[in-house]
Design a protein around this ligand. Structure first.
Ligand SMILES: *Cc1c(COP(=O)(O)O)cnc(C)c1O
Length: 402
């Protein structure tokens, strides 16, 4: 390894940056899990914990049926393709999954990516240029922000969830060729559900397209779990839907963009993360297909998730915690102060509950929190045990309002 002045300066600067994060209580450690993902996990120190911080909304990540489905797909289609899609990386299972996702979401066609981050990174640049306007919610996911940066379209930002400001931005962009409104269907830090009914109305009035990112919605929002567009009664009115296979829909990895065939065909020709990155592993494609079949046959998992959410939201508020109101299985328990959020999460860990403290820059300064995420896999007994731990940690740290 080289060890000249360039190296000394560079590594010293990084080490100092890391020290600063630690001093400010902003350093993000990683817990190491030694078991499958699930409602309860075993960490590498042998401790068993109730897990309240996975995006495992439907409890499928460690589910035996998923493991079987992925093994079956691996046996039939092999481990991998060693290719991007257009060279020699498309199998029947990829086409089947794309069709199944389109049917599930109520769209014409779907294109798969290695991650939703790639779907968002590769969606704007092929479809829009300097003649167009992208009008984006100020709290949209980092991957949307990065995707917009890669595109030459004019950028407009509206205040989070603020329909009056959205309209003002639509007016400001009135002279552009195309206008597209972009929003997370559900905002992951607050569990806020985008007002898609109003957004679609504004889009119609101001001649704009609508795109939603459904990473925290696909599989469980809406009566049959299709997503935020179903929840708000605007299925068929959304132009572009991006989403992930790495959260509710199985939890491995992979993403997609769904919409009209002109959009999807254009992305297959021009979207860089699709053209220049490997095809989704067959095990994931096959298992994701099994998930969609299961969710289309029954809303049982989705229903159980929402029951657990309602139960936990009511109980945690009753204990005297400050909770952001809502109905989504993301339940933000507010601590406001970053070091306090870290301390609270650490105490809960000692008491057998796995949650993570979130603070700047993941959430705005002064808005630190522990984000609880419910799962269909949680039993009532596990939730009750978690609530006992919350009460104890809350009392010890003087957080409770009661
Ligand atoms: C998680 C998430 C992503 C990224 O999904 P991956 O498939 O993990 O890359 C994108 N957008 C939103 C809103 C997310 O919550």
């Amino acid at each position: 390894m080289a060890d000249g002045k360039a190296q000394t300066d560079f590594y010293a600067r990084l080490a100092q940056g890391l020290d600063t994060l630690r001093e400010q209580g902003l350093f993000k450690p990683e817990r190491v899990i030694a078991s499958r993902q699930g409602a309860e996990v075993v960490c590498d120190d042998g401790r068993s914990l109730i897990n309240l911080c996975a995006n495992n909304y439907l409890g499928l990540s460690g589910d035996e049926a998923m493991v079987r489905a992925s093994i079956e797909a691996t046996e039939k289609y092999g481990y991998g393709l060693s290719s991007v899609r257009f060279i020699c990386g498309t199998q029947t299972v990829h086409k089947q999954l794309e069709q199944a996702l389109s049917a599930f979401l109520g769209t014409e066609d779907t294109i798969l990516y290695a991650a939703a981050f790639d779907a968002n990174g590769g969606v704007f640049e092929p479809l829009f240029d300097e003649n167009d306007a992208i009008i984006s919610d100020s709290l949209n996911h980092a991957s949307i922000i990065d995707g917009i940066r890669l595109c030459k379209a004019a950028r407009y930002r509206y205040q989070h969830n603020d329909m009056a400001d959205l309209e003002a931005q639509l007016l400001a962009a009135a002279d552009k060729r195309h206008r597209i409104i972009v929003t997370d269907g559900v905002f992951s830090m607050d569990g806020t559900i985008a007002q898609l009914d109003k957004i679609c109305e504004l889009a119609e009035r101001h001649d704009a397209l609508v795109m939603i990112d459904e990473c925290h919605a696909s599989g469980f929002m809406g009566k049959t779990g299709r997503g935020t567009h179903e929840h708000h009664g605007v299925m068929g009115k959304i132009d572009i839907i991006t989403g992930t296979l790495g959260k509710a829909l199985g939890g491995a990895m992979g993403g997609f963009t769904s919409g009209r065939k002109e959009v999807i065909q254009t992305l297959r020709q021009k979207s860089r993360p699709y053209l220049f990155s490997n095809t989704l592993a067959p095990s994931i494609a096959g298992a994701s297909l099994a998930v969609l079949e299961r969710l289309s046959a029954s809303t049982e998992l989705r229903d159980r998730l929402h029951e657990n959410t309602a139960y936990f939201r009511a109980a945690i508020s009753e204990l005297g915690f400050t909770v952001k109101p809502g109905t989504h299985p993301v339940v933000p328990v507010m601590l406001f102060d970053a070091p306090l959020a870290q301390k609270f999460a650490q105490r809960l860990y000692e008491l057998g509950v796995l949650v993570t403290g979130f603070f700047y820059p993941v959430v705005p300064m002064g808005q630190a929190r522990v984000r609880v995420q419910l799962s269909a896999a949680h039993t009532r007994e596990q939730l009750d045990r978690a609530l006992v731990a919350f009460r104890q940690a809350g009392q010890e740290l003087g957080i409770l309002k009661n």
